[in-house]
Structure formats: structure tokens, C-alpha cells
Design a protein around this ligand. Structure first.
Ligand SMILES: [Zn+2]
Length: 143
């Protein structure tokens, strides 16, 4: 800023950016340095975020497991596991068909032990065939 300009504009008309900042530099120089540093930090933050969120599309994905075992087989396996580990009875729903009772006797070694008068609803389908169940009963092994 020229001396002549100062005299014509007056001291109160000085722009704030022209005033010397505490510590020696001008306010404009400090603002410029602040803007530069802010942009550097924003660029670094963006770069870090891009690195953190980067996806390698060449990595093979995990195979999606399709389908599942029929709930009837899940229930039978659960019954097998219970009978392997524990002594006692297993209650399940039953369709009332003698063929299912015989199948459970052959496969699991259990027979029907009790059909309680007070029925409890523990499922909708027969543990053996998957047909709609009519009764809840206790199964057990004979030792
Ligand atoms: Zn059945």
C-alpha cells in the first residue's frame, strides 16, 4: 500500500486484511496460509477415507448358501442329539401314523411312551413325516 493511498483513504478505511497481524505477518497472509492448510487437511481426510472404504472388486465373493434341510430332518437330528447325550424322554408332535412310530424306532431306537391327556402344542408337524400333527407324545428308549 502506497503512502499516498493511505493519506487519501484515511486510516479508518484500511482494510482489515492490510493491517499487520500480531506476530509480524499480515492478516491476508495468515488467511491464505489457513486456507491452504485447511485444503491440505480436507484432501488428506478425503484420501484417508477413500483408502479406508476401498473395495477390491477382484476378490472372489463368498458363496451364498442356497436352500436348507427340511425342518423334519432338522427335528430328527435334534432328537438324535438329545438322546445321545441325555437319558429320558423327548416330546414331539406326531401325526398318529404307525409307520412314523416304526420309523423312529428303527432309526433312533425310541418308542412312544406316553400320550398325555393334557396336550401341549410344541409344533405343527409330525417329527417324522412332516404331515400335520395330531398329538404330542413322549418318546423314550427302552433299556
Ligand atoms: Zn408322521
Amino acid at each position: 500500500m502506497e503512502l499516498a493511498e493511505l493519506t487519501t483513504r484515511g486510516f479508518s478505511e484500511l482494510l482489515a486484511s492490510d493491517a499487520p497481524a500480531p506476530g509480524g505477518g499480515s492478516a491476508a497472509a495468515l488467511e491464505g496460509a489457513l486456507d491452504t492448510r485447511s485444503k491440505e487437511l480436507e484432501a488428506k481426510a478425503l484420501e484417508d477415507r477413500l483408502k479406508a472404504e476401498a473395495l477390491d472388486i477382484t476378490v472372489p465373493g463368498k458363496a451364498v448358501k442356497r436352500g436348507h434341510r427340511h425342518p423334519m430332518y432338522i427335528a430328527l437330528d435334534e432328537m438324535k442329539d438329545i438322546l445321545k447325550e441325555h437319558v429320558g424322554f423327548v416330546k414331539s408332535m406326531w401325526c398318529g401314523d404307525r409307520a412314523c412310530e416304526d420309523k423312529l424306532k428303527d432309526e433312533l431306537g425310541v418308542t412312544s411312551r406316553c400320550i398325555p391327556f393334557e396336550q401341549e402344542h410344541v409344533g405343527d408337524t409330525c417329527v417324522c413325516c412332516g404331515k400335520p400333527a395330531t398329538k404330542m407324545l413322549y418318546w423314550g428308549k427302552a433299556y
